[in-house]
Design a protein around this ligand. Structure first.
Ligand SMILES: [Cu+2]
Length: 205
C-alpha cells in the first residue's frame, strides 16, 4: 500500500469524530464524578510533618459538612510505644472533627482518621506530626487501646465498611444519570458513524 487513499482518509476522519465524541462523553462523566466527589481533608492542626511543642487536641477540617453517621467519624492518635494519646471520642461539628489529646514523650505521633463524606461514603487517611515538648513538660502515659469505645470496638473487629450507607438514593440517582449520559453518547457515535458511511457510499457512486 502506498499513499493513503481517499477512503482510508475518510475512515481516519470518522475515527477522529468518534474519538472526539467519546472524549466529550468521558468529560461529562468525569464532571459528574467531580461534582459528587468525596470530601477531602483540607486542613489539620497539628498539620502533617509539623513539629509542635504543645497540643491539646487534633482538629481536622474537611471540604464539606460530614455526615454524623454512628461511629463513622473517628480520629485516633498513636505515639511512642504504639500507645493511644487521644483522651476521648471524636466530636463532629459541620466539616470539622475534633479529638482531645494528652501527648506523652517527645517523638512521632500518627493521626489516623476516618470520616463519613457528605455523599455518604467513608473516607480515611493518616499523617504524622512530631512532638517536641519544652523540658520539664509533663508527659501523659497514653493508653493501650483507644479510650473511645467505638474505636476500640472497630479495632477488635474489621471495620464493617460494607454496611456503611454507601449506596443511598443519591448514589442511585447519580448512577442512573451517568448511565444515561453514556447511553446517549454511544447512540450519537453510532448515528454519526452510520450517517458518515452513507455519505461515503453516495460519494463512491
Ligand atoms: Cu462517594
Amino acid at each position: 500500500m502506498g499513499a493513503p487513499t481517499g477512503a482510508a482518509r475518510r475512515v481516519r476522519g470518522r475515527g477522529t469524530v468518534a474519538a472526539l465524541i467519546v472524549a466529550a462523553a468521558v468529560g461529562a462523566f468525569g464532571g459528574a464524578q467531580a461534582a459528587s466527589a468525596h470530601d477531602s481533608l483540607v486542613s489539620a492542626t497539628p498539620s502533617a510533618d509539623e513539629t509542635v511543642s504543645t497540643a491539646s487536641e487534633v482538629e481536622l477540617t474537611f471540604s464539606a459538612n460530614l455526615l454524623g453517621a454512628d461511629g463513622g467519624n473517628e480520629v485516633i492518635v498513636v505515639g511512642p510505644g504504639s500507645r493511644h494519646y487521644e483522651t476521648d471520642c471524636t466530636a463532629l461539628a459541620g466539616p470539622t472533627l475534633t479529638t482531645p489529646v494528652q501527648l506523652g514523650p517527645a517523638g512521632e505521633y500518627q493521626v489516623t482518621w476516618r470520616a463519613v463524606s457528605s455523599d455518604g461514603h467513608p473516607v480515611s487517611g493518616t499523617y504524622a506530626f512530631a512532638y517536641a515538648p519544652a523540658a520539664g513538660e509533663p508527659a501523659a502515659s497514653g493508653t493501650e487501646t483507644s479510650p473511645c469505645a467505638k474505636v476500640a470496638a472497630d479495632q477488635s473487629a474489621p471495620a464493617p465498611d460494607a454496611t456503611a450507607p454507601a449506596s443511598g438514593p443519591s448514589g442511585l440517582v447519580i448512577g442512573l444519570a451517568v448511565g444515561g449520559v453514556a447511553v446517549i453518547a454511544v447512540g450519537v457515535v453510532v448515528f454519526l458513524l452510520v450517517r458518515t458511511r452513507r455519505e461515503d457510499d453516495s460519494d463512491d457512486e
